[in-house]
Design a protein around this ligand. Structure first.
Ligand code: AHG
Ligand code: MN
Ligand code: MN
Length: 336
């Protein structure tokens, strides 16, 4: 509780929150808490680099391409190094799957633990140089089979994830995450250098008033997607207002707003990208896990995103996620 001088003498830091959760979970060993603690160090270091980017010569390209052919920015590379260095030394992870690495990163045997972490170290790269919000996304699985880790250990549906989260580097820095017991948000308090619980039990409204998509691609959309978007812009009932449009182009920022204000975020397939753009293992699945924890829905247009059986670690899928009634309305058009 905050005292008269504005200092909270009993603040619920993210680590304290995780330890509390761990105590109420029979069989928990604290291993996930240790891993997440280390991940928070990576997030804090990225947040600091993002803030200093303009003066620390961190804008611009690194001069390389990642596995899906995107040009790598300096911050993409730095964020990826931080995730890999922190996670591979915490003793709790055995394999890391990054957007920036074509192959899985196998943790040296002496440091291996039971978790597999998938991540997009820097999401929204095209927004870095103009100071628009960017983020990081991660998903965590437990390795189920004995022996050295292989790709197959992570080619499992998202329903098998044990935890997922994202960090948003915006006007403030937030971490939103779930270990399967609801969705909770933590804000970085720069005075103490730690994340404190600010959004307990986040729930998304059943219906919102905002749609979020790159409408510039309408020309390449399936007619069914066009019909749905038209329906919310021109409601049949004359008295109803059209939905507002918001699109940042950083999935973390667009989905974060969707959690808080409701509505729908969609990145459909199009004729140029037949599976959409977003990557299943480290973008769509973690966000779908959190969306369902918040009482919302996430589908690829046919089934739950989390029920997709992945074939490759960098595979893409179309995404429609957000408020239940909005996603249901959208599905009516898609399955018509
Ligand atoms: P990344 O920067 O990790 O490659 O991800 C960018 C993604 C995602 O954040 C966003 O939703 C989408 O790309 C925007 O794509 P468009 O520019 O095609 O709208
Ligand atoms: Mn991304
Ligand atoms: Mn990225």
């Amino acid at each position: 509780m905050a005292s008269d001088n504005g200092v909270d003498s009993d603040c619920m830091t993210i680590t304290r929150f995780l330890i509390d959760q761990q105590r109420s979970c029979p069989g928990a060993t604290g291993s996930l808490t240790l891993l997440l603690n280390q991940l928070m160090t990576a997030v804090k270091a990225i947040a600091s680099a993002v803030k200093r980017a303009g003066i620390a010569n961190l804008y611009g390209i690194a001069g390389s391409q990642n596995t899906t052919g995107d040009e790598q920015k300096k911050l993409d590379v730095l964020a990826n190094d931080l995730f890999i260095n922190m996670l591979s030394t915490c003793g709790q992870a055995c394999m890391l799957i990054s957007e920036e690495n074509e192959d899985p990163v196998i943790v040296p045997e002496e440091n291996r633990g039971k978790y597999i972490v998938t991540f997009d170290p820097l999401d929204g790269s095209s927004n870095i140089d103009c100071l628009v919000s960017i983020g990081s996304i991660w998903g965590i699985y437990e390795k189920k089979t004995p022996g050295p880790p292989t790709k197959e250990d992570v080619l499992r549906p998202g329903t098998e994830m044990v935890s997922a989260g994202y960090a948003l580097y915006g006007s403030g820095t937030m971490v939103v995450m779930s270990t399967g017991c609801g969705l909770h948000g933590f804000t970085l308090d720069p005075n103490i250098g730690d994340f404190v619980l600010t959004h307990r039990d986040m729930f998304i409204k059943n219906r919102g008033k905002i749609y979020s998509t790159n409408e510039g691609y309408e020309k390449y959309w399936d007619q069914k997607v066009t019909n749905y978007v038209h329906s919310i812009k021109y409601p049949e009932d004359e008295k109803k207002s059209p939905y507002g449009a918001r699109y940042i182009g950083s999935m973390v920022a667009d989905v974060h707003r969707t959690f808080l204000y409701g509505g729908i975020f969609l990145y459909p397939a199009n004729t140029k990208s037949p599976n959409g753009k977003l990557r299943l293992l480290y973008e769509s699945n973690p966000m779908a896990f959190m969306m369902e924890q918040a009482g919302g829905r996430a589908t690829d247009g046919e089934k739950r995103v989390m029920e997709i059986e992945p074939k490759g670690i960098h595979e893409r899928c179309p995404v429609f996620m957000g408020s239940t009634y909005d996603v249901d309305d959208c599905m009516k058009f898609l399955t018509a």
